[in-house]
Design a protein around this ligand. Structure first.
Ligand code: HEC
Length: 228
């Protein structure tokens, strides 16, 4: 045996230490994996780096020693204006509105077409004025949104009526003439009671709806010759 044989023998000998280490590692990996599958735990996960995941904060209705009145929830500052309310509470699209129109909606007559008793208003509410500009706007919007069913002159003979099977009424009988402005506004906003006509509140901003109401009224008046 020369000294090279010695070296060969040493290399071929099984290295038990290394095998042991590998088995231990495999066990470790297995035990880690087994904890992930099908074993939900009620314990919070180990959070090595919390970043800003958990922060000090007040929860609703809790006590605070910071404020004199002991309330964590602060009362609204006087004069606070509920801007969010417009869209979230009433679902009105504020895109077409400008200035203050975008914010408070306390004016029931203007926003909902209702008076203080909850009845529909009988005329176009303030601050709108029925002038040529409003009627022109109403005519334009009416021609876009309403003529397909109601027809150019409001006889309920638009193309949808002619080709479809939808019972579109005329504006020119005594029942439709008796509808209040607020009622027509309500129909444009939310659709008819039976649901045959859908509401247009998402397509037509409030001011334009009133402009259409004014124009429908004008259409009705234009067809009254001889009737009254
Ligand atoms: C897709 C067709 C269609 C379109 C578009 C349409 N309507 Fe109507 N409308 C109807 C039908 C159908 C009725 C009858 C509904 C019913 O009897 O319940 C109706 C009824 C009405 C009434 C009478 C409601 C009542 O209580 O008697 C008014 C007012 C009215 N529409 C106005 C409008 C205006 C203004 C527009 C445009 C913004 C418009 N409609 C767009 C189909 C339509």
């Amino acid at each position: 045996m020369n000294r090279y044989d010695n070296i060969m023998q040493a290399e071929q000998r099984p290295q038990w230490g290394q095998i042991g280490r590998r088995i231990a590692l495999a066990c470790c990996a297995l035990s880690l994996l087994s904890a992930c599958r099908g074993m939900p735990s009620k314990e919070p996960p180990v959070h090595l780096n919390r970043n800003m995941d958990t922060q000090d904060k007040y929860k609703p209705q809790r006590v605070s020693t910071l404020f004199e009145d002991g309330r964590a929830m602060r009362p609204q500052v006087e004069g606070t204006v509920g801007r969010e309310l417009l869209e979230t509470a009433y679902g009105v699209d504020i895109d077409g509105l400008d200035g203050d129109d975008r914010y408070l909606r306390e004016d029931d007559a203007y926003w909902r077409g209702l008076d203080k008793q909850g009845d529909t208003v009988d005329s176009i509410p303030e601050p709108l004025k029925v002038d040529m500009a409003l009627l022109e706007r109403g005519k334009q919007r009416y021609n876009i949104y309403c003529t397909p069913c109601h027809g150019i002159a409001g006889y309920g003979n638009g193309p949808v009526k002619q080709r479809g099977n939808l019972p579109v009424p005329s504006y020119h009988d005594k029942y439709k003439r008796a509808l209040t402005a607020g009622h027509i506004y309500g129909v444009i906003s939310n659709g008819s009671k039976s649901g045959l006509m859908m509401g247009y509140k998402h397509q037509i901003p409030v001011k334009d709806r009133w402009a259409i109401v004014a124009y429908v009224r004008a259409l009705q008046k234009s067809q009254m010759k001889g009737d009254q």
